[in-house]
Unconditional design. Structure first.
Length: 567
């Protein structure tokens, strides 16, 4: 029976670590250890993804497809186009500072004024940006259904602003900024950006004005373009050199649901996603933040992902606008989201958008834990104490179940002297020793594996909470007290992990000592090995486990005292 108990404990420990690692892989966009990638059609990444997307203009560094800067002029070659430069206009609301380049009318930089850079707390968190070493911007433009139809204004065409407001006025509900492209073959594209107060979702109205003498049939594309280099992780690399939080593309529609598209999959021509639907969105995802182009449902669209340069990628939607007669215009309302992964707000913006905050296979437990934790924070006002309160509630919910397990462990501890004496007397007869041990357990009504139950219960909750604390932007830069100024990163002084290790050893001391000397030593080594990981885990997660240990020790101490077992 001792061998069975030892085997079970080791199995629980090994499986727990395996589940924890698999959960981290799934959370960060890596393939699961247990499930193959979903079958879907393979995107033609090397040729530009979707069929219509192959006609789209390329990246800003590839200006050979740029539209003519003046009416009637032929498209410039690459050398001439390099000389075309736009003006960068900075717009600011109460929550964002956005920079729009008149070359293309694109959003080339966006700062979040209420979120700080963890590596430089005196600086705002920058999501979109276009510098000499980093590219991440939101683009939109027009493309004809075929190259023979001629050029149209795109994200490389020069635009001219028609509004002068640059800052959200006091009392105003929104900041509106409009700019119009120079005509290309008589066609103009007018973009109107509306930045609502207190919101990260920007309304972008796209007006196509056909000033030519013929009917046109344009398609509007909206896309996100960025390089494939993930942002630097706060305080160094991920735990034990493991994968960083997922940085890559996501495509969502009713047919394929939430589909991640990693940059390396595009390089390998193995990107898998549904290419067309009448609903859905595209996004770029990174740890805690995301950007997404959103368009209303019941409008046919083609999704695409493609490589547009060296370490430069784009994902977008191609939307047919139908025929626009000469002298007529047509408008399409789109929306650009750039901000934190607040799952409640994301769910309100578009179906499935909250999935960019990906809990992986822990979702069934993680979502209710997040809901409860957020409500506790609403009452307490501090995320650290909300985590402590969450542990108290969970311990209360499982009090009687844990009490039963602790009683079993206390009885095992009380029987240890008797078991040890019996083992010493029968050490030359292992078969009889096992029979006598089973007899003692039956007589005393003790379940030798009953003490494993709390571990089986706590591990799934622990993994789910790990996903919640790792994924939730609300925990980012959230202080607890004293030296813990950010619960989403490791304890800078390693005080919490040291206390957690000490509490784990105290729990081992309160547990019954296994009769087998080797097993007894391993029961002391296991918590030490397990505790090593916690020195690299977020402080909020270590706080959860430390609080759980303290309450477990208190409960076990009381039960031992009630049963007359020496602590």
């Amino acid at each position: 029976m001792n061998d069975l108990r030892r085997t079970l404990l080791w199995s629980v420990f090994a499986v727990s670590l395996l589940m924890l690692w698999d959960g981290w892989l799934r959370h960060t966009g890596q393939p699961s250890l247990f499930a193959p990638a979903p079958a879907s059609e393979v995107a033609q990444a090397a040729s530009g993804g979707a069929s219509g997307a192959s006609n789209l203009p390329r990246a800003s560094g590839d200006l050979g497809a740029a539209a003519a800067p003046v009416p009637g002029a032929s498209a410039p070659n690459a050398a001439e186009a390099v000389a075309v430069k736009g003006e960068r206009i900075v717009l600011q609301t109460d929550v964002v500072k956005a920079t729009i380049d008149t070359l293309g009318g694109n959003v080339v930089k966006l700062e979040l004024l209420q979120h700080r850079n963890q590596d430089a707390p005196d600086q705002n968190m920058v999501i979109l940006d276009h510098t000499a070493t980093h590219t991440y911007e939101a683009q939109s433009g027009l493309v004809a259904q075929s190259a023979a139809d001629g050029a149209l204004p795109n994200h490389l065409t020069l635009f001219t602003p028609s509004t002068t407001e640059r800052t959200l006025a006091d009392g105003a509900k929104a900041l509106v900024f409009t700019l119009a492209s120079q005509p290309v073959n008589g066609v103009k594209l007018v973009k109107t950006y509306t930045f609502p107060r207190g919101d990260y979702a920007i309304d972008v109205k796209q007006d196509v004005v056909n000033g030519s003498a013929t009917t046109i049939k344009p398609q509007l594309y909206v896309q996100l373009e960025r390089d494939g280099t993930p942002p630097a992780a706060a305080q160094g690399p991920a735990f034990m050199g493991g994968p960083q939080a997922y940085t890559g593309m996501a495509v969502y529609n009713a047919k394929g649901k939430y589909q991640k598209v990693d940059f390396k999959h595009i390089d390998e021509n193995k990107a898998e996603y549904e290419k067309s639907d009448d609903n859905g969105w595209v996004a770029m995802v990174q740890h805690h933040f995301a950007s997404a182009w959103l368009v209303g449902d019941k409008l046919s669209r083609e999704f695409y992902v493609k490589k547009v340069g060296t370490n430069l990628y784009a994902t977008g939607m191609l939307l047919p606008l139908g025929e626009i007669a000469a002298g007529q215009s047509k408008a399409l309302e789109t929306r650009l989201f750039v901000g934190p992964q607040d799952e409640n707000r994301l769910a309100d913006l578009a179906p499935g958008l909250e999935l960019v905050k990906d809990y992986g296979w822990t979702t069934i437990l993680a979502k209710p834990l997040y809901w409860l934790l957020k409500h506790l924070h609403g009452i307490i006002g501090n995320w650290g104490w909300a985590i402590v309160a969450l542990v108290v509630l969970l311990k209360a919910a499982f009090y009687w179940l844990n009490a039963s397990a602790y009683r079993s462990m206390a009885k095992m501890k009380a029987l240890n002297p008797r078991i040890q004496a019996m083992r010493e007397n029968l050490k030359d007869d292992p078969q009889k020793m096992q029979q006598e041990m089973l007899k003692i357990y039956r007589e005393e009504k003790v379940n030798p594996i009953g003490g494993c139950l709390p571990i089986l219960i706590q591990i799934p909750v622990f993994i789910a909470l790990y996903s919640v604390l790792s994924s939730s932007v609300e925990i980012r830069n959230a202080p607890w007290m004293l030296w813990i100024t950010d619960l989403s990163v490791k304890d800078p002084l390693f005080v919490l992990p040291a206390l957690m290790t000490a509490s784990s050893l105290l729990q081992t001391w309160l547990n019954p000592t296994p009769p087998d000397p080797v097993q007894a030593k391993m029961m002391w080594i296991m918590p030490l090995l397990f505790s090593v990981m916690f020195f690299f885990f977020p402080a909020g997660l270590v706080l959860y486990w430390l609080t759980n240990n303290v309450l477990s020790i208190a409960q076990q101490w009381m039960i031992n005292k009630q049963l007359g077992v020496k602590n």
